[in-house]
Design a protein around this ligand. Structure first.
Ligand code: MRU
Length: 366
């Protein structure tokens, strides 16, 4: 995707200096800072402090993090320890474990002296794979948008999204936003309702910024607005991302997603979830029971940051001093509320039978 009309990705590695570079997303949209990651601590901090965030990007960051750790100590026990440290940084997004396990597997039968090179090559392949995967999700999701457009060619399509599942959450393209970028390229008139996504405002800050950079018309709405818009026929389609999807099609995504799915269901608005197959946890079927929900610091609820008229960043207290705040990061949308899962392999129904077909396809492709 583009920033100020220049091509930009979220993460890349300079192999000569063994340095990975990321965009510090905690400073967007006010500042575009690129920061280097070298040590395992740097990588862990970047994930837990949400300098990088979004399930696919967390996974790729962890892959390069493990490669960096292996360059320092290629012994199996040290690799296992580094892997566990990375996996513990954020508990909900399954791509983190997926990517770390891929790197571990890539070096398992390799001599210690070669492990660093092999791990770095594998992390680089995962990064490339993420770009291709997200573009394929974009193509499949585009077909759904094009179908709606064919039915009503003179209408601007209104698509609602929650959190940030755009290119900032991946290496490029994004998941939920990839179909939107493909539709924009095809000339389909569309407008995106962007949920602000409290408490960290990934919608108002990140999604709005990246859509603006690509010239996609959009409007930021307070989180509780979606139901009202749907009642008034102002949403044609919802597309969101996923941090973990069960083998039965329950979807865990940023807190507030479930309420959007309920509203969509009540108003006959199609509710699609866009995700790479790596986001599916094939070991579980009950999302509410089996997915660990990250709880973050109360300060993310009680405080907000932004810039003043002079462009200076500040953090301010917005709540009653001394009140407790509970900060659940994610919620689970039951499969029955999901119209379809847009994956890199096509659009699947959110049920165990259809997803088993996808699992076979993924396993056969390995
Ligand atoms: O807490 P975050 O910002 O990492 O949460 C991100 C989301 O919930 C995204 O919707 C999800 O990771 C899908 S990203 C393609």
């Amino acid at each position: 995707m583009r920033v100020n009309n220049q091509p930009q990705t979220t993460l890349w590695c300079e192999s000569a200096t063994q340095t990975t570079f990321i965009i510090d997303q905690t400073l967007l949209p006010h500042q575009l800072d690129i920061i280097p990651l070298k040590t395992l601590d740097d990588f862990c901090h970047s994930i837990s402090a949400m300098q990088v965030r979004g399930a696919p990007l967390i996974g790729i960051t962890a892959a390069f993090g493990l490669a960096a750790a292996i360059a320092v100590n290629p012994q199996s026990t040290a690799i296992a320890q580094a892997a566990n440290t990375l996996i513990a940084t954020r508990p909900t997004a399954i791509n983190l474990r997926w990517a770390v396990e891929k790197i571990q597997a890539s070096v398992a039968n390799v001599a210690e002296a070669q492990r660093a090179d092999v791990a770095l090559q594998h992390a680089t392949r995962l990064r490339q794979h993420d770009i291709a995967t997200c573009e394929a999700i974009g193509e499949h999701g585009y077909q759904l948008i094009a179908e709606q457009h064919r039915r009503n060619p003179n209408k601007t399509l209104n698509i609602l999204t929650h959190c940030n599942a755009g290119w900032l959450a991946t290496i490029d393209w994004g998941t939920a936003l990839a179909p939107i970028y493909k539709a924009q390229q095809a000339g389909i008139p569309l407008h995106v309702w962007v949920d602000e996504t409290r408490p960290r405002n990934q919608g108002a800050k990140l999604t709005a910024w990246e859509l603006g950079q690509q010239g996609v018309p959009h409007t930021i709405i307070a989180d509780n607005t979606g139901g009202h818009l749907m009642q008034h026929g102002l949403v044609d389609l919802c597309i969101v991302g996923s941090d973990r999807t069960t083998a039965a099609g329950d979807v865990c995504n940023k807190i507030g997603t479930y309420l959007k799915a309920l509203s969509a269901n009540d108003n006959n608005v199609p509710f699609y979830v866009a995700l790479p197959a790596s986001t599916i946890d094939w070991t579980i079927t009950d999302g509410v029971k089996d997915i660990p929900i990250e709880e973050r610091e109360a300060e993310e609820i009680t405080h907000m940051n932004g810039v003043d008229a002079n462009g200076q960043l500040h953090e301010v207290l917005i709540s009653a001093p001394g009140s407790a705040a509970a900060n659940y990061g994610f919620d689970v949308t039951p499969a029955r509320l999901v119209t379809g899962l847009i994956t890199e392999h096509g659009v699947y129904s959110a049920n165990q039978t259809h997803l088993a077909e996808l699992q076979n396809r993924v396993v056969n492709a390995q």
